[in-house]
Ligand binder design. Structure first.
Ligand SMILES: *[C@@H]1O[C@H](CO)[C@@H](O)[C@H](O)[C@H]1NC(C)=O
Ligand SMILES: *[C@@H]1O[C@H](CO)[C@@H](O)[C@H](O)[C@H]1NC(C)=O
Ligand SMILES: *[C@@H]1O[C@H](CO)[C@@H](O)[C@H](O)[C@H]1NC(C)=O
Ligand SMILES: *[C@@H]1O[C@H](CO)[C@@H](O)[C@H](O)[C@H]1NC(C)=O
Ligand SMILES: *[C@@H]1O[C@H](CO)[C@@H](O)[C@H](O)[C@H]1NC(C)=O
Ligand SMILES: *[C@@H]1O[C@H](CO)[C@@H](O)[C@H](O)[C@H]1NC(C)=O
Ligand SMILES: *[C@@H]1O[C@H](CO)[C@@H](O)[C@H](O)[C@H]1NC(C)=O
Length: 923
């Protein structure tokens, strides 16, 4: 291929891909949808509508009130992993989701829908599909027989609140392992045969052509209120692990008639049974049986006879009063026994059993227990988990826990514990996790835990106050402390928290011993503080509890509704996620600036601010927060977003959420309308629903966006910003098309470095060809060439003059002015704009000023813009250029409008400024 043709093709390709790229990113905002990445902020569901995710999935879109599916989906990013759709969509057309090839979870709440054969075409990575309709039961759903066939990777299929009466012969993907039909019109199990013939082929006359072993992990038929009959051999040939029949009237003892040969686990929660269903347990050799929320108040010894195979038994919430003495010997395989929420108290009487009882986990929570007798658990030597939460235990002695040599998890939370006898945990040498939340302990000496050297997770809580003494368990990985008024930590010398990764504190005041005024947490990664007074982070000693947190990544700090004065977040160089709530930034006597708080957090990616009474946000709040990817504002009143924030648009975080925000109705925010609907690269959520108030007594519930469009002149500034951006892009390509020489490749690259929104931020330092790029208009050219240039280029007595770049002089002949300009600015240490009234009216000067401003915003610290005023100019005229005032320092202005010019002083100031510019860029 000859060169011009080749480069032309290459160029067209580039142009096309660029166009499509830019169109795609224009359409970021998806109306009626929230889009997010739950790996950035785990608690995101607390703030914005969320899509319940399967493990490992993070990127989601959750859309509401959908009427036009195609329109909604057009605005959803293509690479999401989970999609939840709610609304009324009568028909799902073929290929409705074909663009979402990475989709793994799809949840549809779309009312009465018709699925067509090709609806799910292209979703070959989909693992979870659900159709849901919540009350009233049930809607009709038609599935064409081949509709699920494209889903070759489908693992979970779920119908909730739908009747499938009209569907027949639906072929299930063989990868399926969980099938759920809740709240449907099923009346007998046999209906499944007609519906999903390849699920139960054994009994079906039209056996599937491909012989396969039908296998399901879980069949969940809960909450089918009319499902009362099995029907002969309804599930014959199905290999099934678990069957869930919670809340159905089906009699479990009929299950052997279903033809099922194998079953591991059976769930019969809330079915009203009064006796253990012994036949079925024995018939299948069940390993797990869940009988929660039934009425089994007595266990008869003979009921247990056929239950020998059970490894897990739950009798949660049955009103059970007594366990028969033969219980443990009748269930020799039992490993987990859940007896929570029964009436076994006040004195625990556990049946004597074989000493070889294999029980590993015992849940006795909420049983009104008061007394744990001497050696209460001696018959359970293998016990690893003991749950005793929510009882009335007030006095714990070592004797009652004796013999639990393998116990790893002990939950004693929410009891009436007032004293712990010394050494009460001393026999628990394998303990790793201890929960003592909700006690009445006021003093906790660490020596209680001395026998448990492996303790890694500790939760301690008291109703009023809590004082903790050394020695601390040395292997702690996570620690949670609660007390309503104060927690006093008596910390010895040395580093007791060497390995601690997670710390949660919920209290008003944290007090330290006066001899050790700060704590060291060299390994801490997650810190959660709730209700704490803000001086926990005070810069002033001795109040500040935390000094250095070198590995901290996540700080979640909900304060006590007091002022933020003195709050100081420093020494956390790795902080990625900051959630702040319930502080008052405008608290008298001195309001606090957000930027002061954030200035030492160079790695911050996520900032969630809740109920802080911020009132005003401007660009200075976010200066230096380049890595920010998610900004969330929650629960603010009378918020003003300063128009200076539009400077940040090219660098806005990828996700910006507004939740429960009331704005002030003012045209200063008029940039937000176009921004929210057309912001490139940023997904904005929550502005459509936000209201604004003119003043405190305005109850009109005006929608912010309607206010802006009705009362404010169109924001020309933003429009022109976008226009000039697009214009430059277009002009560049037109220019390139006209000059198919190789140098354009280089310019193209530099241009993108200078222009492409975010890339600009990461542009590498290069050598500067020039010190100053001088921008001026034709009318000022004479002054520039005759006075300014000689003064600046004149060598100093001891050195060289400045190297200037002048468009008229230094741009190559025939070179395109646009790309030459971008490239020269890039390779100049500073840009000096000579401003006069004519200059403000000149196209090129405007463009150069805009480009320089953009560089300034996109590369703070590296780019340098200097303004030289040749005549008095109304600063407001200049302000319209992206609020330059916010970005420039005093030394960046040179005012020569007063007539006489002291060239020496001027050059000195300029050189000084250039020197600092160079240095800023280098560090
Ligand atoms: C978005 O929701 C509104 C109602 O809140 C609805 O009128 C509109 O049609 C929805 N948009 C789409 C694209 O479905
Ligand atoms: C589906 O079956 C149930 C129970 O037989 C019946 O009540 C309901 O009317 C049927 N629905 C349709 C749409 O046929
Ligand atoms: C279940 O046990 C009862 C007696 O306990 C017996 O009458 C019934 O026939 C048994 N049912 C099956 C299916 O074995
Ligand atoms: C016991 O059952 C209840 C209700 O299903 C459940 O919440 C609890 O976690 C179970 N306990 C254990 C130790 O699994
Ligand atoms: C448990 O303790 C509480 C408070 O001490 C008391 O009100 C309640 O009656 C006790 N319950 C039983 C069953 O002893
Ligand atoms: C706690 O129980 C032990 C016996 O289990 C008893 O000796 C002791 O007096 C009790 N202490 C209190 C304060 O009730
Ligand atoms: C610390 O907390 C995080 C987030 O809640 C969790 O993923 C991690 O497993 C916890 N680490 C420890 C040691 O408990």
């Amino acid at each position: 291929m000859d060169r011009p043709l080749f480069s032309f093709t290459l160029l067209s390709l580039l142009l096309l891909s660029l166009m499509s790229l830019s169109w795609m990113s224009w359409a970021w905002t998806a109306p009626n949808c929230s889009i997010g990445d739950s790996s950035l902020l785990h608690s995101i569901s607390y703030y914005i509508p969320f899509c319940p995710l399967a493990p490992g999935l993070h990127l989601f879109a959750s859309c509401f009130n959908i009427k036009d599916l195609a329109q909604t989906l057009r605005a959803v990013p293509r690479d999401i992993e989970a999609l939840c759709l709610q609304g009324t969509v009568p028909i799902l057309p073929a290929n409705a989701f074909r663009h979402f090839s990475t989709l793994q979870l799809l949840r549809l709440q779309l009312g009465t829908i018709r699925v067509t054969s090709g609806t799910f075409q292209g979703l070959d990575q989909l693992q979870h599909l659900s159709f849901e309709h919540h009350t009233p039961c049930c809607l009709s759903l038609f599935l064409p027989p081949d509709s699920l066939e494209p889903l070759t990777f489908l693992n979970t299929l779920s119908f909730h609140g739908y009747c499938l009466n009209n569907s027949q012969n639906v072929r299930l993907p063989i990868s399926l392992s969980h099938l759920t039909m809740k709240h449907s019109c099923l009346t007998e199990l046999q209906e499944l045969q007609g519906l999903f013939p390849n699920l139960v082929p054994g009994s079906s006359l039209t056996a599937s052509p491909r012989p396969q072993t039908p296998f399901l992990e879980v069949l969940d038929l809960s909450a089918n209120l009319q499902l009362s009959r099995v029907g002969g051999q309804a599930l014959h040939g199905l290999q099934l692990h678990s069957l869930k029949l919670d809340g159905t009237p089906l009699s479990a003892s009929d299950l052997p008639d279903s033809g099922l040969l194998h079953l591991d686990s059976l769930y019969l929660v809330g079915t009203g049974v009064e006796k253990l269903p012994e036949n079925v347990t024995g018939y299948f050799g069940l390993r797990a049986l869940d009988l929660g929320r039934n009425q089994i108040q007595n266990l008869e010894a003979e009921d247990l006879l056929s239950c020998r195979s059970l490894e897990l038994l739950s009798l949660h919430a049955n009103g059970l009063q007594l366990i028969p003495s033969s219980f443990l010997s009748a269930l020799p395989q039992l490993q987990r026994l859940n007896l929570s929420v029964n009436k076994l108290g006040p004195t625990l009487v556990l049946p004597e059993g074989l000493v070889s009882s294999s029980l590993r986990a015992l849940d006795l929570s909420h049983n009104e227990l008061c007394i744990l007798p001497y050696k209460a658990f001696s018959s359970l030597p293998q016990l690893q988990e003991l749950w005793l939460s929510g009882n009335n235990i007030s006095n714990l002695s070592s004797e009652s826990l004796e013999g639990l040599r393998w116990l790893k998890t002990l939950d004693l939370s929410w009891n009436q514990i007032k004293v712990l006898n010394p050494g009460c945990f001393s026999s628990l040498s394998a303990l790793t996790s201890l929960n003592l939340l909700g006690t009445h302990l006021e003093h906790f000496p660490g020596k209680h835990l001395q026998g448990s050297q492996k303790l890694s997770h500790l939760q301690l809580g008291s109703t009023e106050m809590l004082e903790i003494y050394p020695p601390w368990p040395s292997a702690l990985l996570s620690l949670e402390l609660w007390a309503s008024s104060s927690i006093t930590l008596r910390v010895p010398s040395g580093e007791p928290f060497l390995f601690l990764e997670n710390l949660t504190i919920q209290t008003n005041y944290v007090l330290l011993s006066p001899f050790y005024p700060t704590l060291h947490f060299p390994s801490l990664r997650h810190l959660t503080l709730r209700g704490c007074s803000h001086d926990i982070f005070s810069g002033r000693q001795p109040q500040g509890v935390f000094s250095q947190l070198p590995l901290l990544e996540h700080l979640h700090f909900w304060s006590d509704h007091q002022g933020a004065e003195g709050l100081y977040l420093s020494g956390m160089p790795r902080l990625r996620v900051l959630e702040l709530g319930d502080l008052d930034f405008l608290y008298k006597p001195r309001s606090v600036q957000l930027e002061m708080l954030l200035k030492d957090l160079p790695q911050l990616q996520v900032l969630a601010l809740s109920n802080l009474n911020l009132r005003n946000l401007s660009i200075s709040s976010f200066r230096g927060l380049d890595p920010l990817q998610l900004l969330l504002l929650n629960s603010e009143w009378a918020l003003e977003l300063d128009s200076s924030l539009q400077e940040l648009i090219p660098q806005m975080p990828q996700y910006v959420y507004f939740s429960d925000i009331t704005f002030t109705c003012q045209c200063e925010s008029s940039w937000m309308g176009p921004w929210a609907t057309r912001a490139p690269n940023t997904f904005v959520y929550g502005l459509e629903k936000s209201i604004c108030k003119a003043n405190a007594s305005d109850y009109s519930q005006t929608l912010l966006l309607s206010f802006l469009s009705d009362h404010c002149p169109h924001d020309l500034e933003f429009q022109s910003f976008l226009t000039s951006f697009t214009l430059v892009l277009l002009l560049t390509f037109l220019a390139l098309l006209g000059c198919p020489k190789w140098p354009w490749l280089h310019h193209l690259r530099t241009l993108f470095h200078a222009w492409w929104w975010k890339l600009c931020g990461q542009h590498p330092r290069n050598q500067f060809h020039y010190d100053v790029f001088v921008s001026y208009c034709e009318q000022d050219q004479a002054w520039v060439l005759e006075e300014l240039v000689p003064a600046l280029e004149k060598p100093l007595p001891e050195g060289e003059g400045l190297r200037l770049c002048l468009p008229e002089r230094d741009f190559g002949v025939g070179q395109d002015r646009m790309d030459a300009m971008a490239a020269s600015m890039e390779s100049s240490r500073a840009t000096l704009c000579v401003l006069s009234c004519q200059a403000l009216g000149s196209f090129w000067c405007n463009l150069e000023l805009r480009l320089a401003t953009h560089n300034l915003v996109a590369r703070p610290g590296t780019a340098c813009l200097l303004l030289l005023f040749l005549e008095p100019i109304d600063r407001r005229q200049l302000h319209s250029y992206h609020r330059l005032g916010q970005w420039l320092k005093k030394e960046d202005y040179f005012d020569l409008s007063q007539g006489r010019i002291d060239w020496d002083a001027f050059c000195k100031q300029l050189r000084k400024r250039l020197k600092t510019a160079g240095r800023e860029g280098e560090d």
